[in-house]
Design a binder for this molecule. Structure first.
Ligand code: 1YM
Length: 642
């Protein structure tokens, strides 16, 4: 190996320039240098192991977050090839880790790279962005190792011992001068690996967090693949049929789909291309939806479930209550859209469509009771859609007759400019009263809410319009709901939920977030929804300005700060606020509403999705998971209530 020294050859210079470019513009290669980009590095390395599993050579991948935020990924595949690469004159393994885009094309004829990220070419990028990287390979009975610093080779691949079996182990420490933080989030990695395990039938993935004294560990392996995925997604829902429907087709562009209907009213279709979650959908989703609509309408007609005079069922009727996972493998995927998660390859529409047309209609013919259960639900959805349309029209007519259809309880602001206006949605009358008195009425509106909570889980759009708790919110926001929602019509740039830090507060927050998520999603996507942060404590002392603390940590910090100024704990008065209602208008303004002083939390789509999940759990039909959740969270409930 020493004989071939290309250190100063043209190709090696190109290599160094290539990796330098990665360090200069990391965002171009991994999206961003935030925590998201950091996690992406782990996925890049894991993906190489997943590719090896998809090629049929690897059954297990073990990921460890070691103390000091070092990542270790080990697989039991063939091991990265070690022989000298004819083009670069260095070992293939070193080539993979130092030459940009040295993915599959160096790898013989194992076929195309199918797993996620940068299509398996990310190893060199991760290497370039790491303080150090260490790669250990077991192959042909030998143990090999090579090392790098900031992408540059510090130890060329050399044999360091004997080995049993085969595999690759990569350890790296991401560069803290490049990434904003190195604190990996266990739950985020865990979720992604669970997803990969669902998508790669039979592959065992473990993740372990050894940073804390009590290590965490999860293990995922699903013999059922997508079927297990759908069962997992539906675990808290009442199903319309016992087992998920599964259809697959191998070939140039393999397609795999699992479907199960539940009694819920939402539509949950997850799509993946080469194991990447295509959040924005694309041609594969299009093909799936078209086929679904056609197959169910054809079945309903040929079995006289839809009569001649009846109109066709619409796509949305047929997707009500559906949970489905669509996974396709595409050789040269084109990703489009804002976040590059929309499949653009036009040929995929037809491939998915004809495959679903064929297999799903066969399935329905062979399983008439399942077909009947689903179609009954579709027909009732179409009736509800018609009723909702009528309700909407009525609401529209009403609003064009009366120009001011604002809810009676709304204390509106005087400005009409949405960019500067905000509405506080407040639980309870007494808090609403304080908020009304304490606000700046020029730009702050208050909407108090009370009354029986509506179970959005069990209501369709037609019921929402008539609901006395949600209707005021719809009217105040002023932009409609569902398909009619028009973000350009919103009356307030900030919609702020202000609720107590207790169980009831959590309840109303979850309800409103779920409602916004399901019926005014653009409001969240556009960043218009916020949570107010009322203080939990007040520290006071004669001659000292009151100090408000928003968390227990805040309180400890304040105590320490004051101690340093010579003020001891027993000199201070401590008030714990049980609810917003205990604060007088001035206090509420000062702590929670004054734009100069308050802290608002902007709600993200992730928060909303989490709320939706919790909501399904708390309000859905299944009793057992609800009990589990409440038991698991009982300790928080206690903390909040004292
Ligand atoms: C923990 C990370 O990188 N495993 C891995 C990578 C490769 C192979 C096996 C492999 C691929 C091929 C042939 C092939 C890679 N090899 C290459 C390249 N785990 C991890 N396991 N033999 C082994 O694709 O033909 C790139 S990745 F290019 F060298 F073949």
């Amino acid at each position: 190996m020493e004989k071939v020294n290309h250190k100063y050859g043209a190709e090696q210079i190109q290599v160094l320039e290539g990796l330098e470019a990665v360090r200069k513009r990391p965002g171009m290669y991994i999206g961003s240098t935030s925590i998201r980009g950091l996690h992406h590095c782990v996925y890049e390395i894991v993906d190489n192991g997943v590719d090896e599993a998809l090629a049929g050579y690897c059954t297990e991948i073990n990921v460890i977050i070691e103390p000091g935020n070092i990542i270790s990924v080990e697989d039991n595949g063939r091991g990265i090839p070690v022989e000298i690469h004819p083009k670069t004159g260095i070992s293939t393994a070193e080539t993979v880790y130092t030459v940009l885009h040295a993915g599959g094309k160096f790898g013989g004829d194992s076929g195309y790279k199918v797993s996620g990220g940068l299509h398996g070419v990310g190893a060199s990028v991760v290497n370039a962005l790491s303080t150090w990287t260490e790669v250990t390979i077991k192959r042909d009975g030998s143990l090999y190792q090579m090392k790098f610093e900031k992408g540059k080779t510090t130890q060329k691949l050399e044999k360091i011992g004997e080995a049993e079996g085969t595999g690759t182990k990569v350890r790296f420490l991401a560069d803290n001068t490049i990434f904003e933080s190195l604190e990996y989030e266990y739950e985020v990695l865990e979720k992604r690996f669970r997803e990969i395990a669902f998508l790669t039938k039979g592959l065992k993935i473990t993740i372990e967090d050894k940073r804390e004294e009590t290590p965490k560990k999860s293990e995922f392996c699903f013999e059922g693949g997508l079927i297990s995925f759908v069962e997992y997604l539906n675990k808290n829902k009442e199903k319309l049929h016992k087992s998920p429907i599964y259809v697959e087709k191998n070939g140039e562009t393999p397609v795999e789909i699992a479907i199960q209907y539940t009694t819920s009213y939402s539509e949950n279709i997850y799509t993946f291309v080469n194991n990447i979650n295509t959040i924005e959908g694309g041609t594969h989703l299009e093909g799936f939806k078209r086929a679904l609509t056609k197959v169910f309408n054809d079945y309903a007609r040929s079995h006289n479930i839809l009569k001649e005079k009846d109109p066709n069922l619409q796509g949305e009727d047929i997707r009500e209550g559906i949970t489905a996972v669509v996974s396709v493998k595409v050789k040269e995927p084109q990703f489009e859209g804002q976040t590059k998660t929309k499949l653009g390859n036009s040929e995929v529409t037809g491939i998915v469509q004809s495959m679903v047309n064929e297999s799903l209609s066969t399935f329905l013919e062979e399983n008439p009771s399942v077909a009947k259960a689903i179609l009954e639900k579709c027909i009732s959805a179409s009736r509800a859609r018609e009723a909702a349309r009528k309700a909407r029209e009525l609401a529209r007519k009403k609003s064009s007759l009366e120009t001011s259809t604002l809810p009676g309880k709304l204390a509106d602001c005087s400005s009409k400019n949405p960019d500067e206006c905000e509405v506080y949605i407040v639980e309870g009358d007494s808090a609403g009263g304080s908020a009304k008195q304490g606000r700046d009425r020029k730009f702050q509106a208050i909407l108090p809410l009370w009354g029986k909570m509506l179970n959005v889980e069990k209501a369709r759009a037609d019921k929402i319009y008539g609901n006395d708790k949600l209707n005021p919110v719809i009217l105040a926001v002023g932009a409609g709901i569902g398909r009619d929602f028009d973000i350009t019509k919103i009356r307030y740039g900030k919609v702020i939920i202000m609720a107590d830090a207790d169980v009831d507060g959590a309840h109303i927050r979850t309800l409103l977030l779920t409602f916004f998520f399901r019926y005014m999603r653009p409001l969240i996507e556009n960043g218009n929804v916020y949570l107010a942060q009322p203080p939990l404590y007040k520290l006071s002392k004669k001659g000292m300005e009151d100090k408000y603390c928003y968390t227990d940590e805040d309180l400890e910090r304040a105590y320490k700060e004051l101690e340093e100024k010579g003020i001891s704990r027993d000199q201070l008065g401590l008030q714990r606020y049980k609810g917003l209602g205990e604060m007088n208008p001035e206090q509420l303004w000062e702590t929670t509403m004054d734009p100069e002083k308050r802290t608002l939390i902007k709600v993200t789509m992730e928060d909303a999705i989490k709320s939706d999940e919790i909501f399904t759990l708390l309000m859905g039909d299944e009793v057992e998971p609800r009990r589990d959740f409440i038991q698991a969270n009982a300790k928080y409930v206690k903390n909040l209530d004292i």
